[in-house]
Design a protein around this ligand. Structure first.
Ligand SMILES: *[C@@H]1O[C@H](CO)[C@@H](O)[C@H](O)[C@H]1NC(C)=O
Ligand SMILES: *[C@@H]1O[C@H](CO)[C@@H](O)[C@H](O)[C@H]1NC(C)=O
Ligand SMILES: *[C@@H]1O[C@H](CO)[C@@H](O)[C@H](O)[C@H]1NC(C)=O
Ligand SMILES: *[C@@H]1O[C@H](CO)[C@@H](O)[C@H](O)[C@H]1NC(C)=O
Ligand SMILES: *[C@@H]1O[C@H](CO)[C@@H](O)[C@H](O)[C@H]1NC(C)=O
Ligand SMILES: *[C@@H]1O[C@H](CO)[C@@H](O)[C@H](O)[C@H]1NC(C)=O
Ligand SMILES: *[C@@H]1O[C@H](CO)[C@@H](O)[C@H](O)[C@H]1NC(C)=O
Ligand SMILES: *[C@@H]1O[C@H](CO)[C@@H](O)[C@H](O)[C@H]1NC(C)=O
Ligand SMILES: *[C@@H]1O[C@H](CO)[C@@H](O)[C@H](O)[C@H]1NC(C)=O
Length: 639
């Protein structure tokens, strides 16, 4: 402890930049998160989480990792998914791609009915398998279904695919690459296989998909999120457009017996993300996640968008508003009267008035909505733009007040994970996690609401954390309430910060929480709470040693100050990293005495740490004079 402060480097005391409330309030470095480190880096990974079981399938290069998570451990099985040697030879000698791509990268893992379908690039000649008995791969043709692997998996891993499995069918969206136009198809099903028309998608780059439940079962829709690129746009035009495309699950095409025909329910709309008064829009949709609404609440779409400079922002949309556009907008460029049955309406084929060929006649050339889709609040969420977001998932949690709140998780290109409370257009960053042994961009995320876990992957490792991580908010009511984490509340019975039990009844009144603003007055009147004194740690030094007194920072929304003895003046303590430091320099000498660091947040002052400075040899100056000098010097240097 004596050596605690004997740091020889002089710390630059940087000022606090920007608004502190916009930054994460808490920062956690978690060294012991349950997870798995890949034996070799996996440049492209595909995740499939079997909900409710703790089984995570990770597709890599020529390998399928099956990770079985338990509370404190993970059991790993590696299943080789080898590349076809002939395909690899052809790839290396004939195809114009980097050698490293001539391998079998797993790009699709999905459960279709009860079988796990796995598809890979297979060195430019895509192939699919079924996982049987948990560890054995069987050729997919054994399923008895017609399978065209090239419609399900891209030939190379850099070409992104987004897939969706629902009601025993697989839907696949392949991004455009080179001369390949991109596609959106029903690819693996006992039902009719359907495809898009080429002109519907303009060099699409897919970013996500979701099944959106309708008010009736047959009204379910599959949503696909993507960006389009106009390759013939002039240099001064923005070539990208962010899009939502949708099809009905009940779509059966036009001709009953045609082996493959077009969707008759496809529509698309442009999604805006930006501030309306500013010309700059974020037109590239990178990632999308739909948080399905619970009873009565509208679903939300969270999108990560970027602009030409790779700045990323998050825009949020109400699924109700998105539906509204698809149900009421005019079709772009179509001036005739619409057929009685509006294009895009989900109807069984046997329903009266259903004339799919007539509808296809309209949407073949006019699939686009004229109305644009704008984000909630008409602007991106107020989040720091210094981080580059790479992945997102979200969950909803019921607060103690029985209102439903959304929690957004954002992965960044530097391996951080932000946990954000999103309520009525406002974003509050509850915390920032660092989970990884080696820093790398977050490339995969999956969430399991039923078991309450978040899975985060990079090219090097996969880690899991609980959604309700209440133990990290300290052992006071104030710390718990100020966290504004919907999963946690101050448990009055056990006097600790605990997860809110499922189905908790607000009228029990046994948990304290305040999610709507940063105010812990429900814990008691701040003025009535006696600030606790810490017992000073003794630090013995030579009088000419440099002195650095660290004060650990917990809340990054608090203001930290140092105070000495009964010196009525206090000194601000600028935060650098995980602490703020009071330092002595030649110009700023310190003398023996007690130094106290305290944090002020929400009108309440809390003492964090204190030190008693003792010198080995008596100082050469008179203590009282030195004290006055210190107060002045500190004041002018640090205020
Ligand atoms: C799956 O396992 C069962 C029993 O464990 C075995 O009888 C069967 O042959 C296995 N199937 C395959 C395809 O290996
Ligand atoms: C897997 O393949 C083997 C050999 O082709 C076949 O006998 C077996 O029935 C297949 N298993 C399943 C579950 O399709
Ligand atoms: C899924 O199961 C349903 C009902 O058993 C069946 O009709 C359908 O053909 C199956 N789909 C696939 C892809 O096996
Ligand atoms: C790509 O789409 C265009 C029309 O937009 C079509 O003429 C062309 O044949 C398509 N290319 C391929 C490879 O399908
Ligand atoms: C692409 O941009 C060019 C130049 O502005 C324009 O003429 C063309 O209509 C655009 N294509 C589409 C499909 O919007
Ligand atoms: C933007 O990011 C992409 C991929 O992350 C990268 O390929 C590209 O070079 C970046 N562009 C700029 C301008 O930084
Ligand atoms: C249309 O077909 C669906 C199933 O394919 C069936 O549930 C529904 O009752 C049928 N409706 C009519 C009007 O025949
Ligand atoms: C909560 O408890 C009260 C009384 O204990 C009961 O009347 C009420 O129905 C409960 N509410 C819910 C949502 O279970
Ligand atoms: C917290 O809320 C209480 C009660 O609503 C209010 O009196 C108090 O001023 C608030 N404190 C702060 C710091 O806003």
């Amino acid at each position: 402890m004596k050596h605690l402060m004997l740091l020889s480097t002089f710390l630059q005391l940087a000022g606090v930049v920007g608004s502190a409330e916009k930054l994460p309030r808490l920062k956690f470095t978690v060294k012991d998160a349950v997870g798995f480190h890949f034996p070799d880096p996996e440049t492209h990974t595909t995740l499939f989480l079997e909900l409710g079981t703790g089984s995570l399938y990770v597709g890599g290069r020529g390998l399928l990792y099956v990770l079985q998570f338990t509370e404190s451990d993970v059991k790993t099985t590696q299943i080789p998914v080898t590349v076809n040697e002939k395909a690899k030879k052809t790839c290396l000698s004939k195809l114009n791609v980097p050698q490293s791509e001539c391998e079998n990268f797993i790009t699709v893992i999905h459960k279709v009915n009860s079988s796990l379908l796995i598809c890979g690039t297979n060195a430019g000649a895509p192939k699919c398998w079924l996982l049987v008995n948990g560890t054995e791969l069987n050729d997919s043709t054994d399923s008895g279904l017609q399978v065209v692997p090239a419609d399900i998996s891209p030939p190379f891993p850099s070409q992104r695919v987004v897939s969706l499995s629902a009601e025993g069918s697989l839907y696949s969206a392949l991004s455009a690459a080179g001369s390949f136009n991109g596609s959106l198809r029903r690819t693996y099903s006992h039902r009719k296989l359907l495809k898009n028309e080429d002109k519907w998608l303009q060099y699409p780059q897919f970013a996500g998909s979701a099944l959106v439940p309708g008010n009736e079962k047959h009204k379910e829709e599959a949503y696909f999120f993507f960006s389009e690129l106009n390759k013939t746009a002039s240099v001064d035009e923005e070539p990208h457009r962010a899009r939502i495309g949708r099809v009905c699950m009940v779509d059966e095409g036009v001709v009953r017996n045609a082996p493959l025909d077009s969707w008759t329910t496809f529509l698309k709309a442009r999604v805006m993300c930006g501030v309306p008064s500013k010309p700059q829009q974020f037109n590239q949709l990178r990632e999308a996640y739909v948080l399905t609404g619970e009873r009565g609440t509208a679903g939300l779409l969270y999108g990560i968008f970027s602009n030409a400079w790779n700045t990323t922002v998050v825009c949020v949309y109400s699924i109700d508003q998105v539906n509204q556009v698809f149900q009421t907008s005019k079709l772009k460029g179509y001036s005739n009267t619409l057929p009685a049955q509006r294009p895009g309406t989900c109807l069984f084929k046997n329903a009266t008035n259903s004339l799919p060929w007539k509808i296809l006649g309209v949407i073949r050339d006019h699939p686009e909505m004229e109305d644009l889709i704008y984000p909630l609040g008409q602007r991106p969420l107020d989040l720091p733009t210094t981080d580059r977001y790479t992945r997102t998932v979200a969950s909803s949690a019921q607060g103690v007040n029985e209102e439903v709140y959304s929690v957004l998780y954002l992965g960044t290109d530097s391996g951080k994970v932000l946990k954000v409370l999103h309520s009525s257009e406002e974003a509050f960053i509850i915390s920032q996690y660092r989970l990884f042994r080696d820093e790398a961009a977050v490339t995969a995320m999956a969430i399991d609401h039923s078991t309450g876990h978040l899975y985060v992957g990079t090219s090097l490792e996969v880690r899991r954390i609980p959604l309700a991580d209440c133990g990290r908010y300290g052992d006071t009511c104030r710390g718990c309430v100020l966290s504004r984490d919907p999963y946690c509340g101050w448990d009055l019975t056990n006097q600790k910060c605990s997860p809110i039990p499922r189905g908790h009844n607000a009228s029990d009144g046994d948990f304290l929480q305040n999610l709507d603003n940063s105010n812990a007055s429900i814990c008691g009147n701040a003025a009535d709470l006696q600030p606790q004194r810490t017992s000073p740690r003794e630090v013995i030094l030579d009088s000419d040693s440099p002195i650095l007194l660290p004060c650990p920072v917990r809340s990054h929304h608090a203001v930290y100050t140092w105070e000495k003895d009964n010196c009525i003046k206090s000194y601000t303590c600028p935060v650098t990293g995980e602490s703020c430091v009071l330092s002595s320099t030649e110009e700023l000498p310190m003398d023996p005495g007690v130094f106290r660091c305290s944090a002020l947040e929400d009108g309440f002052r809390e003492e964090i740490v204190s030190y008693r400075l003792v010198f080995n040899s008596a100082p050469l100056w008179a203590p009282s004079a030195a004290l006055a000098a210190l107060c002045t010097a500190l004041g002018s240097a640090l205020m």
